[in-house]
Ligand binder design. Structure first.
Ligand code: GAR
Length: 209
């Protein structure tokens, strides 16, 4: 049975591209069955179509309206379920998914996060050099790492649980911060690691299935 993967994106989709490239060279051991975006201008949708992968945009127009958001999430879940994925990859997907969504796809959702996270939901994380740094959570963690003057940051792939930017860690990689880094230069170096890591994790989960 083919291991089926749905990828959710909100933006450029360079991590999605790494997965599409791995699939194109038969290195993924799975099939990207569907790409979904919450915004029509997410370039990841074009990347999917260029690889003849089904792509859907399910826009969330009024995210602060509880009823609208819940209906959007049900539609999102219905579309994903129709493609019967074994794994749902949040690859730069900038929406928090509710417990109701996660209950529908138990243990199937993984997330990429552009900072180091601990395995235990804690407030700090220890680097390989033994330095304890804050576990950065939320949507602005690359800027936060610079603002806090951290010597090192990185990226994490973890299973998604109802707690935001939490859940068992599947893989992580460290990225030293350079004195002249801007948010853009640092994020791009983190993303080089992320693109490698997400392919490795998906390969591993597909092999283990
Ligand atoms: C990645 O750095 C990913 O970790 C981050 O968005 C970027 C997507 O890049 N995700 C989050 O911040 C989720 N909260 P891409 O669109 O080039 O793949």
């Amino acid at each position: 049975m083919t291991f089926r993967i749905a990828v959710l994106v909100s933006g450029g989709g360079s991590n999605l591209q790494a997965l599409l490239d791995a699939q194109a060279s038969d290195a993924l051991n799975g099939e990207i069955a569907l790409v979904v975006a919450d915004r029509a201008d997410a370039y990841g949708l074009q990347r999917a179509l260029q690889h003849s992968v089904a792509a859907a945009c399910i826009p969330l127009k009024r995210p602060r309206d509880h009823a609208i958001r819940a209906a959007w999430e049900r539609r999102l879940a219905n579309v994903i379920a129709a493609f019967e994925p074994d794994l749902i990859v949040l690859a730069g997907f900038m929406r928090v998914l509710s417990p109701a969504f996660l209950e529908r796809f138990p243990d199937q959702v993984i997330n990429q996060h552009p900072a180091l996270l601990p395995d235990d939901g804690g407030a700090t994380v220890r680097t390989s050099a033994g330095i304890e740094i804050p576990a950065l959570r939320g949507a602005h963690v690359v800027a936060d790492a610079l603002r806090l003057g951290l010597p090192i940051t990185g990226c994490t792939v973890h299973r998604v649980t109802p707690a935001v930017d939490d859940g068992p860690v599947l893989a992580c990689a460290e990225t030293p911060i350079q004195p002249d880094d801007t948010e853009e230069t640092l994020h791009e170096r983190i993303k080089i690691q992320e693109r490698r890591l997400i392919v490795e994790v998906v390969q591993r989960l597909a092999n283990d299935a």
